[in-house]
Write a protein that binds this ligand. Structure first.
Ligand code: OOB
Length: 573
């Protein structure tokens, strides 16, 4: 096991293997198998690129060889921060093939996070796009190189500036077709001034991808945690567990060779990568379409052009896509499934998804740490609209517990704990933190408050700390939000608690309004009263904004909203 990672106890590993969940196949092998059975079929569509399975497989080989020749070795960590471009997929499989470990950073991460990832993993390389989305990642790389001495190579998809072009690492670019002979690309990050660490840097090696295969029970990649507090934690996922995650998800979503999956969320995020996402689609022999921006203009056009059958979104994105889809102008008839997850989708909004897209709504409540809950495609409408799904696997164990970690009575809300064949037993290099994040018997403390309905589906009530304590009265931010979303003049809303000397906390509703005229605070309060909401749950303050700050994957960032309020809060009643 990759040093610093926690594996499953022997008896659990044996159980998951026996049940056939862990197949002993690496992600690298999975692609090789698909390339041999679906070789000519298109695997990846992105920008001008349309790569067949064979092409993708060959690219992964060449890139893996190129990386090896640079000196990147099996078990090296490599921070990958790429937008949704074709190279992302090639780089992933090149890493798997080489048995290097990609660390999936989001394009929205900046020096604070990237330096943290590089330092904690002792990454030897950092892979970026040159200039993308109005941001120059090469400048970021300058800062990273100064602060993270282990990073010896910066590889750039696009104009490399003073760094190394990813295209040059492709072994075909400089040497023979099999790419296993050396080329002159021993570039280092300082523009040719020589590797810093002569012992480890100048160690190019070759490998034969036909005979070399990673150990499927070892760590394949590091995911980034949703990061509730402080800097994100790193999540070690093995080939066995991740392939199971992707394959079982693909099956649950009915993916096959006719499926076309549009990726609008950052490709490295767990939702986009394996729920079923890119890996699940490739597992099923389908086609992955990457959208470089999540905007509905680009996305809806791709749905029509590529005959997209499934797309995954976070709720704030679903809201803007729905507005655009409702405006018409695109043929969306190919769409079968619209997945929404990553944050709570209010029932009021959920109800509009199916009629707007003419596709089945699938709610997805997942976490990079593992557990993914899905509503099933044949669940009754009411379940799809009001719940966040049930666990993917029959081997997923869940407990819903009170503050003392005793099971709550059925149907009551409590803290969600989980353990299973694709849920980690510990964060990477976080021994101390793991003691509180996991129970002694290996359950992950998700920090989510849920209740289970009789069908087994979970309803997310919020994050443990999203409950507002207003003078002892507990208010669920989510409940108030959902009522406000029912108002036709409310586009989106985020309710947060703000510190208050008198009550402990008060309720603030950040609100994006729409329509003409737009509702004001008095209108919204009257609306909530008319819906019979308890007086103490009516927001003490409405703050009208045009947009919300977002997390790296596009979820509404309550943390930043709280910061925005800061100490300046003066209640207005
Ligand atoms: C996904 O993964 P992360 O790691 O970015 O965030 C996980 C956290 C969960 O613990 C929960 O607090 C929240 O995000 N969450 C939801 C939710 N889906 C995730 N809260 C309410 N309703 C939902 N549907 O976000 C993620 C990973 C894989 C698939 C889908 C989402």
């Amino acid at each position: 096991m990759l040093a610093g990672s926690v594996g499953w106890p022997q008896e659990y590993a044996a159980r998951y293997r026996r049940a056939g969940y862990w197949r002993g196949t690496s992600l690298s092998r999975m692609l090789r198998d698909r390339a041999s059975t679906h070789g000519a079929a298109i695997a990846v569509v992105a920008g001008e690129h349309r790569w067949s399975y064979q092409e993708l497989d060959a690219r992964a080989d060449r890139l893996a060889n190129g990386l090896a020749r640079l000196g990147i070795r099996p078990r090296d960590r490599v921070v990958v921060q790429l937008p949704n471009i074709a190279e992302f997929v090639a780089v992933c499989f090149a890493m798997f093939r080489l048995d290097a470990v990609p660390v999936f950073a989001m394009p929205a991460h900046r020096s604070n996070e990237i330096i943290h990832f590089c330092r904690i993993t002792e990454a030897t390389a950092y892979i970026i796009a040159g200039h993308h989305g109005g941001f120059d990642y090469r400048e970021l790389a300058d800062d990273v190189c100064k602060a993270a001495p282990d990073v010896r190579h910066v590889l750039v998809a696009g104009n490399p500036g003073r760094f190394t072009a990813l295209a040059d690492v492709d072994a075909d670019a400089g040497s023979g077709a099999d790419g296993r002979n050396g080329g002159n690309d021993q570039n280092d990050r300082n523009g040719g001034s020589g590797p810093r660490d002569a012992d480890t840097a100048a160690d190019p090696h070759t490998f034969d991808p036909d005979t070399f295969d990673p150990d499927p029970s070892d760590v394949a990649l590091l995911q980034i945690s949703g990061g509730s507090t402080g800097l994100p934690k790193l999540i070690p996922r093995t080939h066995d567990d991740y392939l199971y995650n992707a394959a079982a998800s693909a099956e649950l979503c009915g993916l096959d060779t006719t499926s076309v999956c549009l990726t609008v969320l950052p490709a490295g995020h767990n939702f986009a990568l394996s729920a079923p996402g890119i890996l699940g689609t490739l597992y099923a022999g389908g086609r992955v379409v990457l959208a470089e921006t999540p905007s509905p203009d680009v996305g809806l056009a791709l749905v029509e052009r590529e005959g997209v059958t499934i797309v995954a979104m976070v709720p704030p994105l679903a809201l803007v896509w729905m507005d655009a889809a409702a405006a018409g102008g695109h043929d969306l008839s190919s769409l079968q499934v619209v997945q929404v997850g990553g944050a709570k989708l209010g029932a009021e909004v959920a109800r509009r998804v199916q009629p707007t897209f003419g596709a089945t709504l699938q709610q997805v409540f997942g976490m990079a740490e593992g557990l993914i809950n899905y509503t099933r495609l044949d669940d009754p409408d009411d379940i799809c609209v009001t719940t966040q799904g049930r666990p993917l696997s029959t081997q997923d164990e869940i407990r819903i517990v009170d503050e003392e970690e005793r099971d709550v009575p059925p149907g009551q809300p409590g803290h969600l704990l989980t353990r299973g064949p694709y849920t980690i037993r510990g964060y990477y290099r976080a021994q101390e933190y793991n003691r509180t994040a996991f129970t002694a018997d290996g359950f992950y403390r998700t920090g989510d408050i849920v209740r289970q309905v009789p069908s087994g589906h979970l309803v997310v009530e919020g994050r443990a700390k999203e409950q507002i304590n207003r003078g002892g009265e507990k208010v669920s931010a989510e409940e108030v939000e959902n009522h406000l979303l029912a108002h036709p003049g409310v586009h989106d809303v985020a309710v947060v608690g703000v510190p208050d000397d008198f009550l402990g906390e008060r309720i603030c509703a950040f609100t994006i309004t729409r329509g003409d005229p737009r509702p004001g605070a008095a209108d919204l309060r009257a609306f909530l009263r008319a819906r019979g909401l308890a007086t103490y749950k009516i927001p003490d303050r409405f703050t009208f904004v045009e947009s919300f700050p977002q997390t790296a994957v596009g979820k509404t960032s309550r943390a930043q909203l709280r910061v925005r309020l800061g100490a300046t809060f003066t209640p207005r009643t």
